[in-house]
Ligand binder design. Structure first.
Ligand code: MEV
Length: 425
């Protein structure tokens, strides 16, 4: 065993205020004055708010927000704020949206706004019997759920349904109760988790079971956002491009190695809007990937086909647990502005818009991959990052980036050499 003088145990760290905590951290790992000043500059999220949002806050992480243009969704033009550190993500959405704009853009729909909370009962020797014992008390369950969150009820949401599933596991049979709750414009995690915690002891008492977990499922398959769009073959470069894109889709749908990357590209767009609006990126990502594997095979979140006119039809369907009320969405000043830019009135508007962004992102990735490859477009933007890493500032950034692209050598060493040349010229 190795020993080290450094200790990660900082007594009372969580009790300190933001500013003191930065000082404590600095003394532990010798942060320079500049580094401390940097951490203390929390930009447009006040330090006090950062400190309330999470524990042990010592800074914020700024990510650029770009606006995707050209998006027309259900006949309405929308500007889309996207928070991402990755070059090409915003441009990809703009390009895809431009190529379908004249043909009407995206059509969207939503399956509902219900979330699922799970209650796990273990040690049930008669699970089939217990299942019925629980289902018989549906009205009681509904009343208890609704009394836990009367505001939700007032907003037209609340208890929708009760399901009970039986699982055979290595530690024995389990009875899993699902509370299905319409959470309207809230993402709903807090609402359904509270209901599950309140109901669990009662549900257990109706059976021989013992309560274990009580938590929402991120496989929010009662809250599916859908988007579809037609790209005319003449607008996307002809039948060869179209067919290569359909082939790329079939590759993804049949091969989990490719599907992971294909879906990652979709999530580039989706997570960027989810983050910009202060929603929970991990919840949406978990739901998306679980949904992509729901048939026992991990496949594409999108579908691509050619219609009778020979045009390319894209569609996407995935769980989209996002809200407009509660959490960072309502608190974070940038999230509030992002929602204003989007001009969405309901969580459903937001969810459907995000689905359209995912589809647009996938269109552009597949088109680039099936034609010129992604490096050409990606490298032009990436070259700017490399130029900045080499120390370029102001108009040096573009000048260095251009030479890197021209030499097809987007590398830090080349950027450093080019910057030196530029400065000594
Ligand atoms: C890169 O972040 C995303 C892509 O790899 C997506 C894809 O391969 O479809 C370009």
């Amino acid at each position: 065993m190795t020993t080290s003088a450094f200790s990660s145990r900082i007594s009372g760290f969580h009790k300190q205020g933001f500013q003191d905590r930065v000082e404590t951290l600095a003394s532990y790992i010798q942060l320079t004055d500049d580094e401390q000043v940097h951490l203390r500059n929390t930009g447009n999220l006040p330090a006090e708010m950062a400190d309330r949002l999470i524990e042990n806050a010592v800074g914020t992480m700024n990510i650029p927000i770009g606006i995707a243009t050209n998006m027309r969704i259900d006949g309405v033009d929308r500007l889309i704020p996207m928070a991402t550190e990755e070059s090409s993500v915003v441009a990809a959405v703009c390009n895809a949206a431009r190529q379908c704009y004249d043909h009407g853009g995206f059509i969207t729909s939503m399956s509902g706004s219900s979330m699922i909370a799970q209650i796990q009962l273990t040690g049930v020797s008669n699970p089939a019997f217990a299942r019925q014992q629980i289902l018989e008390r549906r009205d009681e369950v509904a009343a208890l759920c609704n009394s836990t969150d009367p505001v939700l009820l007032k907003m037209g949401g609340g208890f929708q349904d009760l399901e009970v599933r039986l699982l055979d596991t290595p530690t024995g049979s389990m009875v899993i109760a699902h509370l299905i709750v319409d959470t309207r414009d809230a993402m709903g995690a807090n609402a359904v988790n509270s209901m599950a915690e309140k109901l669990a002891p009662m549900i257990a008492s109706w059976t021989e079971g013992k309560t274990n977990l009580r938590i929402l499922s991120n496989l929010a398959d009662r809250r599916l956002a859908r988007a579809r769009c037609i790209w005319r073959t003449q607008d996307i470069g002809g039948p060869e491009v179209r067919d290569a894109m359909v082939s790329a889709y079939h590759f993804a749908n049949c091969d989990p190695y490719r599907a992971a990357t294909h879906n990652k590209g979709i999530m580039n767009g989706i997570s960027a809007v989810v983050l910009a609006t202060g929603n929970d990126t991990r919840a949406v990502e978990a739901g998306a990937h679980a949904y992509a594997a729901r048939k026992g095979h991990y496949g594409s979140l999108t579908h691509w086909e050619v219609n009778a006119d020979g045009d390319l039809c894209g569609s996407i369907e995935l769980p989209m647990a996002v809200g407009l009320v509660g959490g960072a969405t309502k608190l974070h000043p940038t999230a509030k502005i992002a929602l204003k830019i989007l001009q969405v009135q309901t969580a459903s508007d937001l969810a459907r818009t995000i689905a359209a962004v995912g589809l647009a992102q996938n269109f552009s990735a597949m088109k680039a991959l099936a034609t010129t490859g992604i490096q050409k477009g990606h490298m032009a933007l990436h070259a700017q990052n490399i130029a900045m890493m080499a120390g370029a500032v102001g108009d040096e950034i573009d000048r260095v980036a251009r030479t890197l692209v021209a030499q097809a050598a987007v590398r830090l060493d080349v950027a450093e050499a080019e910057l030196q040349k530029l400065r000594s010229a």
